[in-house]
Design a protein around this ligand. Structure first.
Ligand SMILES: [Zn+2]
Length: 407
């Protein structure tokens, strides 16, 4: 357009100087005007080919477009080091149409494409500062992964960077483009705040209730109701910074299953015999087979819930064991689970057994007096600690020894 105007003005000046040619000039002016009108109406105009590094890369309206495109590129680069990378082009006039003219942005892209040391890239910016240049898809993938990195599995999660992080289209020097690994290292250093609503489940302890009963002997213990743990849930909002907890607020606690109380029945009676039976037993004339002072503890009673048909007295190994009544030794020696044991026949259908002895003082067939030492207390046979296992046998059946020996 400018060129046409210039030509038109020149023609006019020429015509003024050369009056002879006025007629021709007038014709030329008309022709020129017609040309201008036709050019304008058809959209045909004069533009400039941008010859960049020996190659025509775009057609532009005027040299300003190149200046603007260059300024845009330099603004994108991290510093001014790209300035010398962009060569000065040649502008060659060319008749073109309005549609063919490249915009500033199009020219900038064309310059980048034709500049070996520069490329289109995306910039990862943090608070406006470029941290890395890399491929956009690569950066987006890394950023997305960084945001999910500290999510709690099974929880409702939201996350955000602590700083203002964005990915913008940019240009950069090829040497500044980061590899995936380098970009990942940079993204991984960003601070991520994650808020997770976590619901966790834990057990609720059950309590134990003991019911004491005099209808059972001491040592009797039976679980009436099995204890069952309950279940509770706790919902908390947990805030973390790069996975490290910074705050936690419990927003709900709920028992979703109540525990079941354990109920235990324990016996308190020393002997489960009637007054008549006790009097009868006493009249049988037995004495305690140990000096009561040497008994540490009655460690088991008759019928304590494990079919224990005897009484156990714990004491020190070597404590003397005496015959509960006069009689004849019917067995003395090793007797399987009883360990070293003595059985005395007292007549009238009564026998007594003394088991788990450490040493025996009598032999089978011996006659013993009441209160005579027959063995020493021990821990032989099936025994979990030094004790005397004492049985009273009446007509071949074991009976509760307690009432016979004053318990
Ligand atoms: Zn026993």
């Amino acid at each position: 357009m400018d060129l046409l105007k210039e030509a038109f003005i020149k023609a006019l000046k020429f015509a003024k100087k050369n009056r002879i040619l006025v007629r021709f000039t007038a014709f030329a002016i008309v022709a020129m005007a017609a040309l201008v009108i036709s050019v304008v109406s058809c959209g045909i105009k004069v533009g400039y080919n941008v010859n960049y590094c020996g190659k025509n890369i775009a057609v532009i309206d005027n040299a300003e477009v190149f200046k603007d495109a260059k300024a845009k590129i330099l603004l994108s680069l991290s510093d001014k080091k790209g300035e010398k990378e962009i060569s000065s082009p040649k502008f060659l006039p060319v008749v073109t149409s309005e549609d063919n003219l490249a915009s500033k942005d199009q020219l900038a892209d064309a310059i980048i494409e034709n500049t070996e040391s520069l490329s289109s890239s995306s910039a990862l910016t943090v608070n406006g500062e470029v941290l890395a240049y890399a491929n956009r898809a690569e950066l987006e993938k890394l950023v997305d992964a960084a945001l999910c990195k500290y999510y709690v599995k099974g929880a409702e999660n939201t996350s955000a960077f602590l700083d203002d992080v964005s990915i913008i289209d940019s240009y950069c020097l090829n040497e500044d483009v980061k590899t995936s690994k380098e970009a990942a290292n940079i993204v991984n250093k960003l601070k991520v705040k994650t808020v997770s609503t976590v619901t966790s489940e834990s057990s609720v302890k059950y309590s134990t209730k003991t019911i004491y009963t005099s209808t059972k002997v001491r040592g009797y213990e039976k679980v009436k109701t099995k204890g069952v743990k309950g279940i509770k849930t706790e919902t908390a909002v947990v805030e973390t910074l790069n996975g490290k907890e910074t705050a936690k607020t419990v927003i709900a606690r709920k028992v979703i299953k109540e525990p079941v109380e354990k109920v235990v029945i324990k016996g308190t009676a020393t002997s489960m015999t009637s007054a008549t039976a006790r009097a009868q037993a006493k009249s049988a004339g037995f004495i305690c087979p140990l000096n009561k002072g040497s008994i540490k503890q009655i460690s088991a009673y008759w019928g304590d819930g494990r079919n224990h048909k005897a009484m156990d007295f714990s004491g020190n190994v070597g404590t003397p064991i005496f015959a509960a009544k006069a009689g004849t030794v019917v067995s003395a020696g090793w007797d399987g689970n009883y360990g070293y044991a003595v059985v005395i026949d007292h007549g009238n259908g009564y026998k007594t057994r003394y088991a788990h002895a450490n040493a025996l003082c009598v032999k089978k067939g011996a006659t013993v007096k009441q209160g005579q030492q027959i063995a020493t207390l021990g821990n032989t046979g099936r025994s979990t600690g030094p004790h005397l296992h004492f049985e009273v046998i009446k007509n071949g059946a074991r009976v509760n020894p307690a009432p016979y020996i004053g318990y």
